[in-house]
Design a protein around this ligand. Structure first.
Ligand code: ATP
Ligand code: MG
Length: 709
């Protein structure tokens, strides 16, 4: 029996009030580290143990898959191994949407075996609708489509708020039509189509209202319009709703997050009780002072007081350093002095900044883990094998069909592919049916016909194997017979890569699932939502220094935090132009700094390689906002009289922009950072490509596009 009284005793008065309020709608609006997440976990335990609410009637929504699994774990521990803890639904909004659509999607014409498209898949689908466009031209369109969906806007809606033209509307319509005809969903649809389901099917809405009697949402300040609408539908007349968040930590505006959602909560839910938590349990006063001195420059904030009993500790350090190598060296020296690797984290604004640290840490044998840029799932060989499996579960999956029909080459060029697809109108969209018709129709060259027949027979055989419940054998069969094994073995031997090992890891992961079609569907769904579940250890569970983007640090805490790259055009980022953009960057700064428990280091370089060229940097405006008495400064601030040898910054800023436009790769896929290419780290002419639009790549609801080449 869990000791609920002891748990309540461990809370302060306001937190306890929040746990005990289970009637009126509840808004907990409070600053960083004040125990909002702790309130949610305690509420769940309290509801089960004291209020007798059946665990399965509780839904908790978190921002990342990692947060969800941590919350599950916490609740389990609190309930002292009570088996019912597992029955709570603790998920992200997107994973909840997938869960709902798998159950009831058929009511709105969605097969239960639908595939969830990631950003790349969605782009390929859009490209297939508009073959005359280059992918590079379609990327911004796709981004805008996702943005529209996050805002809850369908192609038929009035899109004027998006500032788009008629062409966009037509493209959005065509994309949506195609996606629906194939029967798959993209990431944003997990929310959008769930809304559609609940709006159109009163029976399902009723089921949901009976199912959940308590809904709790963490990090509510980052919910977008679509999630807001979904939540509104989920909360039935007899349901208790509690949301917690911090308007100062809203950092996903570029993905459609609306800070308004949290501030207007009491207007939507009448009789709302608002509780503010004012004690920060995480950081020292020195650290909070720095965070507050910057965030107070944002206008229109909700008034909040935050105090801490941790008045001891040393002042945060502000280090002016030479360049990114020096930055990595300084951090390394500090880390090596006490070897508190596990308790330390390096936070940066863009993924590409990790490279200098990784190179230095490797050289000095400092253990580290990079969180964010997804490695495994994004690898070409893994995506290939998965494409075969997706196609196996859904023979209308055109994107994956196109990816694999001629990979490795089996004589089916673009002409043959067009001929095959031209049979679409005579089928229900099944690509295998089209293949059959094309083979019978004698319209393919001998070579293409042989390739098509082979591909079709291979899948027929695989389907039979799956029908027999031989999932692992079936996956091995497809990987081998499709030619992937030979293809990647050859590449491995040429380049000393480990691609075959990754294919093996994929099958290993699959082997822990039920060996039926259901097992495969569950595997693919979990993978789509959280690639780290792929039987591979989560990088965050490894030992060592954490390297992480600021976006990814939501909700986390570390004893010691290094905030790197505090320079104009890097942080705040170069895409920040309007006041709103700057305010968002300021909130990111606030999130970053408030991750620290005891030690904080702010780093600012005078020069840095941008697109492979040296750029002279100007200190971040956020540093100017920190009262000089709050930090210990080391080194000389660039731009001051002592910094001889550097040109004036205005002209250098110009020069930097020239570098950027000269060297910016054509296919930038990002709003906040775009693709960054940095060359020549550690003397190697290595190229790293990182797509930083999803700095928050691992942050759960978004699809990871971060990739190392
Ligand atoms: P964030 O805004 O960063 O998400 P939060 O408000 O969710 O932060 P928590 O993560 O719940 O804050 O709590 C911050 C830290 O303070 C955690 O280590 C937590 O265990 C601790 N904490 C919270 N409440 C108390 C308390 N009453 N007594 C002691 N420690 C507490
Ligand atoms: Mg939290």
């Amino acid at each position: 029996m869990a000791d609920i009284e002891a748990m309540l005793d461990a809370l302060n008065d306001q937190q306890r009030e929040a746990v005990l309020e289970n009637g009126r709608p509840l808004l907990v609006l409070a600053g960083a580290g004040s125990g909002k997440t702790r309130v949610i976990t305690t509420k769940i335990a309290y509801a089960i143990e004291k209020l007798g609410i059946p665990a399965y009637k509780i839904l908790a929504v978190t921002f990342t898959n990692k947060a969800a699994s941590e919350m599950k774990q916490r609740v389990k521990v609190m309930l002292d191994g009570n088996a019912r803890a597992d029955e709570c639904t603790i998920r992200t909004f997107h994973s909840f949407g997938a869960w709902l659509l798998r159950r009831f999607g058929s009511e709105i014409g969605l097969a239960s075996n639908f595939t969830i498209y990631d950003d790349d898949d969605s782009l390929s689908l859009l490209a297939s609708c508009f073959p005359n466009y280059k992918k590079r031209e379609l990327e911004p369109v796709m981004r805008k489509i996702s943005y529209a969906k996050d805002r809850g806007l369908r192609p038929t809606d009035n899109l004027t708020s998006l500032k788009v033209d008629g062409t966009f509307k037509r493209m959005y319509e065509a994309y949506e039509r195609k996606l629906r005809s194939i029967g798959n969903v993209d990431f944003a649809d997990l929310i959008g189509r769930s809304i559609e389901l609940l709006e159109e099917k009163p029976g399902v809405l009723d089921w949901v209202h009976h199912r959940f009697s308590m809904i709790l949402v963490d990090e509510y300040q980052d919910s977008n319009a679509a999630q807001f609408n979904l939540l509104k539908l989920l909360v039935g007349p007899a349901c208790f709703i509690c949301v917690v968040g911090d308007d100062d930590q809203s950092i996903y505006r570029f993905r459609g997050a609306e800070v308004r959602n949290i501030l207007s909560f009491p207007e939507l839910y009448h009789g709302t009780r608002t509780i503010k938590l004012e004690q920060n349990y995480r950081s020292t006063k020195h650290i909070l002072d720095v965070a507050n001195s910057v965030i107070k420059n944002n206008k229109g904030r909700h008034d909040k007081k935050l105090w801490t009993a941790k008045t001891k500790g040393s002042k945060p350090n502000l280090l002016y350093i030479q360049d990114e190598q020096d930055e990595a060296m300084r951090v390394s020296n500090i880390l090596l002095s006490d070897k508190k690797f596990n308790e330390s984290a390096v936070l940066y604004r863009t993924n590409a900044q990790s490279v200098a640290f990784e190179t230095m840490f490797k050289r000095l044998s400092i253990p580290y883990k990079v969180v964010g840029a997804l490695q495994f799932y994004d690898r070409e060989e893994v995506k290939d094998a998965l494409a075969l499996l997706f196609l196996l579960t859904n023979e209308k999956d055109e994107v994956n069909f196109k990816r694999m029909i001629n990979k490795p080459a089996r004589g089916i060029g673009p002409g043959a592919l067009d001929s095959i697809l031209s049979f679409a109108s005579q089928t229900d969209g099944s690509l295998f049916a089209m293949l059959r018709l094309a083979i019978q129709g004698n319209i393919l060259s001998t070579k293409a016909k042989a390739g098509a027949s082979y591909f079709l027979r291979m899948f027929e055989h695989a389907q039979a194997m799956l029908g027999e419940g031989e999932l692992v054998d079936c996956a091995n069969f497809l990987i081998r017979e499709a030619g992937l094994l030979d293809y990647y073995q050859e590449l491995d031997s040429q380049n000393s890569t480990g691609k075959v090992g990754n294919l093996e890891a994929l099958v290993n992961a699959l082997s822990s699932y039920d060996s039926s079609l259901e097992g495969l569907l569950l595997f693919l769904e979990q993978l789509s939502l959280d690639p780290t579940t792929l039987g591979r250890e989560d990088p965050r569970d490894k030992e060592g220094v954490t390297l992480i983007t600021m976006h990814n640090t939501k909700g986390l805490e570390f004893d010691r935090v290094f905030v790197a790259g505090l320079e104009e055009e890097l942080f705040p980022g170069r895409a920040s132009e309007s006041d709103d953009d700057i305010e968002e960057e300021r909130r990111i700064f606030y999130v970053a700094v408030t991750r620290a428990r005891n030690e904080l280091y702010l780093l600012c370089a005078r020069a840095r390689k941008i697109w492979g060229r040296t750029s002279y940097q100007h200190p971040s405006r956020f540093l100017d906002e920190i009262d000089s008495s709050l930090v210990s400064v080391q080194g000389i601030r660039p731009g001051s009289l002592h910094a001889s040898g550097f040109e004036g910054f205005s002209s250098l800023g110009e020069k930097r922009r020239e570098h950027l436009s000269a060297a910016k790769p054509s296919s930038s896929w990002g709003s906040s950072g775009g693709s960054l290419i940095q060359k020549g780290f550690g003397g190697n002419a290595k190229t790293f490509t990182m797509k930083t639009v999803h700095d928050e790549a691992d942050a759960g609801p978004l699809f990871p596009v971060g990739q190392r080449v």
